[in-house]
Ligand binder design. Structure first.
Ligand code: 5GP
Ligand code: MN
Length: 317
């Protein structure tokens, strides 16, 4: 599918979702590098919002475009790790105007909004899917690094249930390209700045258990982020610490985007489908990891969320 669509393109744009995470950046940069290495005849560009600092070592990140050129129309737009058109953010007009569109994704909430869609909800990551669509002998070490990073981040370093046999086989294939996996995992997944660790500590200390200890919530407001000098994308991972609380079935972490507007991350064990809850409020994601944006005070949001979580906890089989 990818090969076929690339064969007809002279220009190609690659775009991912707003607030790009490891899988989004990994899949986009991996594909970009693959095109640079093997499709010199295609003029390729990547469109992403600003990426987290630890990912900047990946090849090609200096070329990322953060705004769209006037009147540029691409033959092909490849949309990665993105479940709906709105989540493309600023690059959506390029998707709209492109001659052809392809979407590669693993979100259960994906609406198959492109001309061609390769959507596998059971896949560990978009990076794994992108790797499957590539020709093995054409994957360079730089491409391997990016795709490996994407897989590592969306599987929580190969621990989540979405990491199946095909994930490990894909990872093995990428390791054979000579990447330094332990270093990549440590530097991009585990290492946090001092300020990030402090704000994590604060979020854990102020967390609240509810629904008989089956739910946990914590939130960080803008003034707190300012106090610690931490930006929203540096709060990634806090929700996973909340989830690891004994007895907890659903973890909720919220941070303020603007006054009374919160970005919310939901995590669950197998009992509750959090993508369903996120979708109810206009978000999306996966069964055990989903996200959304909601307006209102912390208490009004948690009341609305709590009602949805409780009914699903009651109805679990
Ligand atoms: P996170 O909580 O780490 O931001 O996101 C968890 C998962 O849910 C990711 O796969 C992410 O792409 C998806 N997700 C997060 N926020 C949103 C949202 O606002 N809308 C949709 N459709 N998906 C989201
Ligand atoms: Mn992903």
């Amino acid at each position: 599918m990818l090969k076929e669509m690339l064969a007809q393109a002279k220009t190609a744009a690659i775009g991912g979702h707003v607030r790009p995470d490891g899988d989004c950046v990994g899949s986009c940069m991996g594909l970009y590098q693959y095109l640079k290495d093997n499709y010199a005849q295609i003029e390729a560009d990547v469109y992403l919002e600003e990426i987290p600092k630890p990912f900047e070592f990946l090849a090609g990140t200096g070329d990322i475009r953060h705004g769209i050129p006037k009147e540029k129309v691409y033959d092909l737009f490849i949309c990665l790790d993105c479940g709906d058109k709105e989540r493309l953010g600023f690059s959506a007009p390029l998707f709209e105007s492109a001659g052809h569109t392809l979407c590669i994704d693993h979100h259960i909430s994906n609406e198959s909004f492109a001309e061609r869609n390769y959507v596998v909800p059971d896949a560990s990551s978009t990076s794994e899917l992108v790797c499957q669509l590539m020709q093995d002998d054409k994957i360079s070490k730089k491409t391997a690094e990016a795709l490996y990073l994407g897989i590592v981040h969306d599987t929580g370093v190969f621990q989540y249930s979405c990491a199946g046999p095909s994930t490990f086989m894909t990872a093995a294939k990428l390791l054979e390209k000579g990447i330094d996996a332990p270093r990549l995992i440590r530097d991009t997944y585990y290492v946090k700045t001092y300020a990030q660790n402090q704000i994590l500590g604060r979020a854990l200390m102020e967390s609240i258990l509810f629904l008989n200890g089956e739910c946990i919530v914590s939130y960080i407001r803008k003034p707190t982020m300012k106090f610690y000098g931490v930006t929203p994308k540096e709060l990634d991972g806090i929700v996973n610490h909340l989830r690891n609380t004994k007895g907890v079935k659903v973890a909720v972490f919220m941070y303020e985007l603007e006054p009374e507007v919160y970005k919310i991350s939901l995590r669950s064990d197998d009992d509750v489908d959090v993508s369903d809850i996120a979708k109810h409020f206009g978000g999306g994601g996966h069964r055990k990891a989903a996200g959304l944006t909601m307006e209102g005070s912390f208490y009004s949001i948690i009341n609305r969320l709590s009602a949805q979580i409780e009914s699903r906890l009651r109805n679990r089989s």
